[in-house]
Design a protein around this ligand. Structure first.
Ligand code: DX5
Ligand code: ZN
Length: 218
């Protein structure tokens, strides 16, 4: 059966304390870390790249690292991210629609799992032919670029369609997910839950992570 996994996004944490913040999330029950990489082109914001991820990996040797690649040219960062110790490379299909398949192969050849991400405006039919070549599909529930935005409930039909047609697929939701929106995600069939501000801003991280998990597993 499908496991529910909670992957906090560290985007809105104190990035001067990246290691401490990450370790605290893992100690509080996070199953993996969702690392938001932005290049200032695909999205109008910048975060960090493979050099930072590599440093974090040195201090946290064993946790599952997913990089959410909000970048115009995902091919460029496959090797550097693999070398930095990334576990799963999740890239947006929108800028590379004609190359998704070879990119999936490259990511796997580099030793990482492959995730395919869809912006809110991208229909599910765009990813359909690639699902069997991916380990996970990410349905964005906000416009990528910033944390702390409002959850888009109208993305749930995409999750439902995926779950209906692919009972064993890992389906991730990302953006505006918290205690008030997790039920919709769970009912639609998401099993990999990214939450940023809902976890980072909480005074009791451990109980928020536990509540999110409980709702999805119910
Ligand atoms: C948005 C990022 C998300 C974001 C989540 O572009 O991909 O991972 O940081 O943060 P919240 O949960 O605050 O929307
Ligand atoms: Zn993300």
């Amino acid at each position: 059966s499908l496991k529910c996994k909670i992957g906090p996004s560290i985007l809105n944490s104190d990035l001067s304390q990246l290691y401490a913040e990450s370790q605290r999330l893992l100690d509080n029950g996070a199953d993996y870390l969702h690392l938001d990489v932005m290049d200032g082109h695909f999205v109008p914001n910048l975060t960090f790249g493979h050099p930072v991820v590599k440093c974090l990996r040195k201090k946290i040797p064993h946790a599952f690292f997913e990089t959410h690649m909000m970048v115009q040219n995902p091919e460029q960062w496959i090797e550097p991210m693999a070398d930095a110790g990334v576990s799963q490379y999740t890239f947006h299909i929108e800028p590379v629609l004609k190359d998704v398949l070879p990119l999936c192969r490259k990511v796997r050849e580099a030793g990482m799992k492959v995730g395919l991400a869809l912006k809110p405006g991208t229909g599910i039919e765009a990813v359909r032919q690639f699902i069997n070549h991916a380990d996970m599909i990410l349905i964005m529930t906000v416009e990528p670029g910033f944390g702390g935005q409002k959850f888009m409930n109208d993305m749930m039909p995409k999750v439902q369609w995926l779950r209906h047609n692919y009972p064993l697929l890992d389906i991730e939701v990302d953006g505006g997910v918290g205690l008030n929106t997790i039920t919709a995600c769970a009912e639609a069939g998401a099993n990999m839950i990214v939450a940023g501000t809902a976890i980072i801003g909480a005074c009791d991280q451990k109980s928020v992570i536990a509540s999110l998990r409980e709702t999805v597993e119910r």
